[in-house]
Design a protein around this ligand. Structure first.
Ligand code: NAP
Length: 259
């Protein structure tokens, strides 16, 4: 059981990358953190490294029974749920329209969309009972500010994350829940490693492609932005999506010429 003031947070995909940085920042802020993912060994190692205030619950977010078990375990153990960070996601479906099989499309939608839907579906009743809770869904620059052909399927899944964010924000606003999306530009995580075959030159090319900063976002910067929203240090209108992109979206703005 947590103390009355200690926040209780679930971070899906919290064993690696962005999720791990968020889990770490939450632990540093004094929260009890439950990390959820499929890889049991990696999850347990991550929880042990993050400290005694962290618990790993083996979960496939695309499976409703797993998600129900995750929420039930959290409430049984800690008595409440203050923060849900829907971070778990996969980058399947990066072959454009012709190079993405229907099976890969199903996989990316099952994890990136159904997973977020199910987590909100089962966490929201707990938060409604408390009349308090914050949900942050991790979107992407792809599918929001910078859709690209190769990532058509992945981008569509992340566009859906914004729709789920706004639907939940509007639907639960009168129950004192707040729901946001944080949308990263390409971030230096295992996902970026996989996309670049761990080649630093390839990473640098990606970073420079459409981003004036020529840098990949760090998981720590994303974690700071996310935890600031959760803890109310950044005050945002409910339902807002925040882009953490070091300026890449600027390339979507056409300068106005004044005659
Ligand atoms: N890195 C980027 O450039 C970037 C940019 C924009 C958005 N994002 C988004 O940021 C989020 C985190 O990605 P990351 O970059 O940190 O990559 P990552 O290190 O590959 O993290 C993905 C995490 O999701 C978990 N996961 C995947 N499928 C799952 C499932 N079915 N059920 C439960 N957990 C699952 C993985 O753990 P298991 O394998 O153990 O399940 C892993 O811990 C994703 O939603 C991604 O789409 C990343």
């Amino acid at each position: 059981m947590s103390t009355n003031t200690q926040k209780v947070a679930i971070v899906t995909g919290g064993a690696t990358g962005i999720g791990r940085a968020i889990a770490q920042a939450l632990v540093a802020a004094g929260a009890a953190v439950i990390i959820a993912g499929r890889d049991q060994q990696r999850g347990e190692e991550a929880a042990a490294a993050l400290g005694s205030n962290t618990l790993f619950v083996a979960t496939d977010v695309s499976q409703e029974g797993d998600v129900q078990q995750l929420i039930a375990t959290t409430v049984d153990r800690y008595g409440r749920l203050d923060y849900l960070i829907n971070n778990a996601g996969i980058e399947a479906g990066m072959g454009g329209f012709e190079g993405t099989t229907a099976d890969l499309l199903d996989q990316v939608l099952a994890i990136n969309v159904k997973g977020v839907f199910l987590a909100i579906k089962h966490a929201a009743p707990v938060m409604v009972r408390q009349q308090r809770g914050v949900i942050i869904n991790i979107g992407s620059f792809v599918g929001t500010t910078n859709p690209i052909l190769e990532a058509a399927a992945y981008g569509a899944s992340k566009a859906a994350v914004l729709s789920l964010t706004r639907a939940a924000a509007a639907g639960y606003a009168d129950q004192h829940l707040r729901v946001y999306a944080v949308c990263p530009w390409m971030t230096d995580t295992p996902m970026a490693d996989r996309q670049t075959d761990r080649d630093p030159a390839a990473k640098a090319r990606y970073a420079a492609a459409i981003n004036p900063s020529q840098q990949l976002v760090t998981p720590e910067d994303l974690a700071r932005a996310t935890v600031d929203i959760l803890e109310g240090r950044t005050e945002l209108p409910n339902g807002e999506a925040v882009l953490v992109d070091y300026g890449s979206a600027l390339n979507r703005i056409t300068p106005m010429t004044v005659a």
